[in-house]
Ligand binder design. Structure first.
Ligand code: SAH
Length: 344
């Protein structure tokens, strides 16, 4: 089977071009064609027939197939992608003012087995390749260009779909390099966020290798015991250890760490939880996303009352921590946080 072109970072492609003595402009032209113009057909740029034939012979330019598209009333779009081995993953486009954020999956299923998450129920099937991660973005963009022309503007990328991105470090890192590359998608480093349940081996590498990309930690409880119940890997990688690694990430002035906190009715939505959370994060460069729990078929928890959510935020406000209550988009098509599942 041919290697996917979309598995190559710009540096990888330059290496291939160098090894084959092609004109050094070939890498730039190919990246431009496939990532800026987002074409999947043979490159029509200024490139020799000889080098083009080499790439055609050795590389696959196809993208993951869109199996189904679900459009929500609020214009959220959920894609079900069918991969070459018939596994499926989901991707979500979240609208804001005719622009979009994209929520990407990094694995088929997930090994973290969080008790509040639909994806976790599937277990881990396999990691996604870089081409399958970048492919979700390119296909979603192409779908917008065809179906909502003029709206093909995807300004933010979040790795908050299926999977634990730091558990598939190499492929996710390379996908980020392609998104960031000035010859590739040219997306600003502040526009990409990788969300983790606190997988320390990946976190360690992240802080050393690619610290400029934003990091979000799924925190969900400041109490180790409660967090154990929500996120089983907390037993292996406890929160206080996770935070010591996060504290080592060199942040520039405009950067902060996002802490995600799912509010679950009568479990972690009490002012006492907020108080402890506030104390934990007050001196950290934190931004908190409060996410009211989204139910899914068979889920064991329930959504909190909105007045409890407001009260929770007020406690955090007193600590002067910027806090956003995240609205639920796309829940009518099961596209909201934690509702992604591709086992059917
Ligand atoms: N494994 C990574 C990436 C998945 S992110 C992580 O844990 O961060 C998915 C985000 O959606 C996380 O913040 C997760 O905690 C949240 N989420 C999962 N299930 C949810 C649910 N049922 N309701 C609301 N948010 C949920």
């Amino acid at each position: 089977m041919k290697q996917s072109f979309y598995d190559l970072s710009f540096a990888d492609l330059e290496r291939v071009v160098g090894e084959n003595d092609f004109n050094s402009s070939v890498a730039r032209i190919l990246f431009n064609w496939h990532y800026k113009k987002k074409e999947t057909t043979l490159c029509k740029g200024d490139i020799s027939r000889h080098s083009l034939a080499f790439f055609e012979r050795n590389y696959d330019f196809s993208l993951p197939e869109i199996d189904k598209v679900y459009e929500s009333k609020d214009r959220t779009v959920k894609f079900l992608f069918k991969l070459k081995d018939s596994h499926k993953v989901e991707t979500v486009l979240i609208p804001f003012n005719n622009k979009y954020s994209i929520c990407l999956s990094s694995q088929v299923g997930c090994a973290m087995n969080c008790s509040f998450c639909f994806t976790g129920e599937q277990g881990l099937k396999r990691n996604l390749a870089t081409s399958e991660i970048v492919g979700q973005f390119l296909q979603a963009w192409r779908w917008l260009a065809t179906n909502r022309p003029g709206e093909e503007r995807i300004l933010n990328i979040v790795f908050m779909g299926q999977g634990e991105p730091l558990h598939n470090f190499d492929a996710v890192k390379k996908a980020c390099e392609i998104f960031l590359s000035q010859y590739g998608c040219s997306i600003g480093v502040q526009k990409i966020t990788v969300s983790t349940a606190g997988y320390i081996p990946g976190l360690k590498r992240w802080s050393e290798e690619i610290p400029r990309v934003n990091l979000a930690l799924s925190l969900h409880s400041p109490f180790e015991e409660k967090r154990n119940q929500l996120i089983p890997i907390n037993k292996k990688y406890p929160l206080d250890e996770v935070l010591t690694y996060i504290d080592k990430i060199p942040l520039n002035k405009k950067q902060f760490i996002t802490y995600e906190y799912i509010l679950i009715k009568d479990f972690n939505d009490d002012p006492a939880d907020a108080e402890k959370l506030g104390r934990l994060l007050a001196d950290r460069c934190a931004y908190i996303n409060l996410i009211p729990f989204n139910a899914f078929p068979g889920s064991r928890y329930t959504s909190p009352d909105m007045d409890k959510v407001e009260k929770f935020k007020e406690v955090l406000d007193a600590f002067k921590i910027p806090t956003l209550i995240r609205g639920t988009k796309g829940d009518d098509v099961l596209a909201a946080c934690g509702q992604l599942n591709s086992s059917n």
